[in-house]
Design a protein. Structure first.
Lengths: 342, 507
């Protein structure tokens, strides 16, 4: 067991180092960064804020990791956030119970996933195009549901998912930690993880080995949309309203970035959900850091792009192989290691 | 016919190594001026590797190459072109959205005051194509013309650029009879002009129609070079498929007749456009060999049996009960297993470990909710790594790092782990080294002795002769003969293929 823990540590080392570096930079810019206080049975502080604000992207990254592991991509998750936020708001506003609202919202999310899965797994449309359909159409659907206005609500039950707390942690943090843990256990304690990786690396060979690829792809897109639906509830609850135009806007790109920063290849195959979650926190730490440092807002996106570029360059195969070359032990350079991955 | 025996291109001892495989093993090849030299061999024989070494697409790992008596070492195809070696590929490598003239003179357009002289370019293009009897509008876009015309344009460009050696890689694959006749007229014309022409095809009739000499490669080795006139069709097929016939004859050994009852029965089983309907019975504990040239429907037959392609006629029965084999999963449920010909694209999951690759089919059959525990997977992997002698440092190594033979064994292990009753092996020994080759044959015999039914497709005739209790011969996507008992000999198989060749020729 300790050997697999060690392997995990090696796998996640670049992400953890990047996270530590970003957090230290934040600390230098803003010395109170690590201060945490308890108020009203809830933790407060910049660090908690990073965990809290990062919840939507973290949730999306969980589903996105699996989609990307199958060599796919899901561009529709931002739009699904808008749709599901609108569904939750309109349901609660029209007087339905909280439980009913949650069930309907998650069901609508799953339906979005079935649509994407149908296009990708059954019709064999390229994932980037297939999910683009819902990305474009989704905001229109959300606007139809909210009838073009920002639909506000004040149901305390629903608002609890945005600003409530549980065991001293903000509810969004509790939710993404929980969903993350459940999905990680699901894919690693069953054979799902291995089958997803197999499909992502070689779909045809997997099918020939008897793997039910269409079912697996469908499941993965459904999970991604379900994660987006949960994120949609959190986003709506946070602002106490459904904004069809701006809820989850561009979050699909942050989610993809989180997956990549988490060390997962866009070419599919081997994946680490934990890596993606750390990636999501890195991105949020950058966002929060820029906000705290008081740079003019117009610099924010540029600074974010530069920081992410640096992280990606450090992870790039070219630099990694160069690093491997310079860190070779003398025995290896003398020809002991013949096999090099292509 | 042959003007003189002056060699234009001499390749001697060409070797090329890929990780885990020897693609070319000291191959000699000489091309004379004014000859059409057919280069033949099954898939993976090394034809295209040899071509690529000669045109600079690959750097050779050994051997020498001389053009007009001077050593050359082209670093890329452009360099080879400049030296005088031009190549035309099956899929024409021109630019479809440019005009014919632009395609002919791309990168070397005639200029006036630094500007492309379109009029002079078009005039030169017309003159050039007139030599080939082609009177077309050279200002028209290339993709308006048929593949045959594009082929001629590609040849015109290659000859104009290079002019010593012309390599034609399956130029006739997508042409009809008249177009082939036109192409052959042009080839004969170029031959008269003293060009050395290398002609790659797998249409044997065309080889006899156009070529002066034939060189056959098999498994990366030179089988031999013969004058076409002195090589009968049977001899050629024997060269392509097996070693010398006399040698193989002795392998026709006593066959055990203790195979059990018929278990798998396919009646009038076929799919339009893939394989014509065939009947096939497979007994418990027997190996049915499948022989035929490339493109004869061997792989299609395997894909039909395993449910990758769904049959549109006939029925399949197991133990007398009808079964629907409409997906690999359905076939696997019936205890089938399939080792595909193309290991890289259809077999291995490259980045996964050997352990995971071996466990995959069994895991897929159990479903995702009933995972094989890590220790079960380890036990499974260790068991087969030992039993099949898979050479690896450990079971966690990504399978893509193994050599071809060891990858093949791992795929075999994947199926053996599911405890199958019926295994389909498509070219199980292709592209693997001699040692692993023998081990896999031994394994096939062992599995058969244990009561498994096998269908083995192979281009290696002695191999089929050694382990098959029956051999099905295919030609033109049709099952044309079934040999059993003492009639299974390498020459018997060659005769069966050649007989069909003659028949179609007479027709």
């Amino acid at each position: 067991m300790s050997s697999s823990l060690k392997a995990l540590a090696i796998r996640l080392a670049p992400q953890l180092i990047a996270l530590v570096v970003i957090l230290s930079l934040n600390f230098i810019m803003f010395p109170q960064f690590f201060n945490i206080v308890v108020q009203n049975d809830r933790l407060y502080g910049s660090l908690i804020d990073v965990l809290n604000r990062g919840a939507p992207v973290a949730l999306l990254a969980i589903g996105m990791t699996l989609v990307i592991a199958t060599k796919g991509i899901d561009l529709s998750v931002g739009a699904v956030i808008a749709i599901c936020g609108a569904v939750a708001a309109s349901s609660i506003v029209s007087g339905n119970s909280l439980a009913y609202t949650l069930v309907v919202t998650l069901a609508v999310g799953l339906l979005c996933g079935v649509w994407n899965g149908f296009l990708v797994a059954i019709l064999n449309i390229q994932p980037i195009i297939a999910t683009l359909v819902l990305m474009v159409a989704g905001r229109g659907i959300a606007q139809l549901i909210t009838e073009g206005v920002i639909m506000t609500f004040n149901d305390p039950g629903l608002i609890f998912f945005g600003s409530g707390s549980f065991a001293y942690l903000p509810m969004p943090v509790v939710i993404w930690l929980l969903v993350g843990a459940i999905v990680i256990l699901l894919v690693r304690r069953t054979a799902l993880g291995m089958l997803v990786e197999a499909v992502g690396i070689n779909r045809r060979a997997s099918t020939l080995s008897g793997v039910r690829t269409p079912v697996l792809l469908m499941a993965v897109y459904m999970l991604s949309a379900l994660c987006a639906a949960i994120a949609g509830i959190i986003v709506a609850a946070d602002i106490k309203g459904a904004d069809a135009n701006n809820a989850g806007l561009w979050l699909e790109l942050d989610a993809i970035l989180a997956v990549v920063v988490g060390g997962n290849s866009l070419l599919g195959g081997r994946f680490s959900i934990l890596g993606s979650l750390i990636g999501a926190m890195i991105i949020q730490a950058v966002n929060t850091g820029i906000l705290l440092s008081g740079f003019p807002p117009e610099f924010n996106l540029i600074i974010k792009a530069i920081i992410i570029l640096v992280i990606l360059i450090i992870q790039s195969p070219a630099l990694q192989s160069a690093a491997a070359f310079f860190s070779r032990k003398p025995a290896e350079s003398a020809g002991m290691r013949v096999e090099q991955p292509k | 016919m042959i003007h003189d025996f002056e060699n234009v291109l001499v390749a001697s001892g060409i070797s090329k190594f890929f990780p885990g495989a020897i693609a070319l093993d000291k191959v000699d090849f000489t091309l004379r001026k004014g000859e059409v030299h057919a280069l033949l061999g099954e898939n993976g024989a090394g034809k295209s590797t040899l071509i690529k070494c000669m045109t600079g697409a690959y750097r050779r790992d050994g051997g020498s190459l001389t053009l007009d008596d001077s050593d050359i070492d082209p670093s890329d195809t452009l360099a080879a072109q400049r030296l005088g070696i031009g190549t035309v590929y099956q899929e024409v490598n021109l630019l479809p959205n440019l005009s014919v003239a632009e395609n002919l003179f791309l990168g070397r357009q005639p200029r006036r005051f630094g500007i492309v002289d379109v009029r002079s370019m078009n005039r030169q293009a017309r003159e050039l194509l007139a030599q080939y009897g082609l009177m077309i509008d050279v200002t028209a876009q290339l993709d308006r013309f048929s593949v045959a015309v594009q082929q001629v344009i590609a040849i015109a460009r290659a000859v104009d650029l290079s002019g010593k050696v012309l390599i034609l890689d399956e130029p006739t694959a997508s042409l009809d009879t008249q177009e082939v006749a036109m192409l052959f007229r042009i080839i004969r014309n170029l031959k008269e002009r003293g060009l050395g022409i290398v002609f790659i095809t797998h249409f044997l009739e065309q080889v006899y129609e156009i070529s002066d000499r034939i060189t056959v490669l098999r498994n990366g080795r030179l089988v031999g070079t013969r004058d076409t006139a002195e090589l009968p069709r049977q001899g050629l097929i024997a060269m392509m498929l097996g070693r010398e016939l006399a040698h193989a004859e002795e392998a026709a050994k006593e066959r055990s007749t203790e195979a059990g009852a018929v278990k798998y029965r396919f009646e009038a089983y076929g799919k339009r456009g893939k394989v014509k309907p065939f009947d096939l019975e497979i007994r418990v504990g027997e190996v049915v060999g499948v022989a035929g040239l490339l493109g004869s429907g061997r792989t299609e037959t395997a894909e039909l049996l395993f449910g990758i392609e769904t049959a549109d006629s006939g029925k399949a029965e197991i133990d007398g009960k009808p079964v629907a084999l409409n997906s690999p999963r359905a076939a696997i449920r019936q205890g089938f297993g399939f080792c595909p010909e193309d290991r890289k694209t259809d077999g291995i999951i490259g980045d996964l470990s050997i352990r995971e690759n071996i466990a995959l089919a069994l895991q897929a059959r159990r479903g995702w909710a009933r995972p094989l525990s890590r220790s079960e997977q380890n036990a499974l992997a260790d068991q087969y790594i030992k039993a099949l002698d898979i050479r690896t440092t450990d079971r966690e190594k990504p399978i893509r790092l193994l050599s071809g033979g060891n990858q093949q064994k791992a795929i075999l292990a994947r199926w053996l782990a599911t405890n199958p009753d019926f295994l389909i092996l498509d070219e199980p020994t292709r592209g693997i080294d001699v040692g692993a080759h023998a081990e896999i044959i031994r394994l096939i015999e062992e599995l058969c002795a244990k009561g498994m039914s096998l269908v083995v497709i192979s281009s290696e005739l002695e191999e089929l002769v050694a382990y098959s209790s029956r051999v099905i011969v295919l030609r033109d996507r049709e099952h044309i003969a079934s040999l059993s008992g003492n009639s299974i000999t390498a020459s018997g198989i060659v005769d069966a293929i050649a007989a069909a060749e003659k028949k179609t020729e007479d027709a």
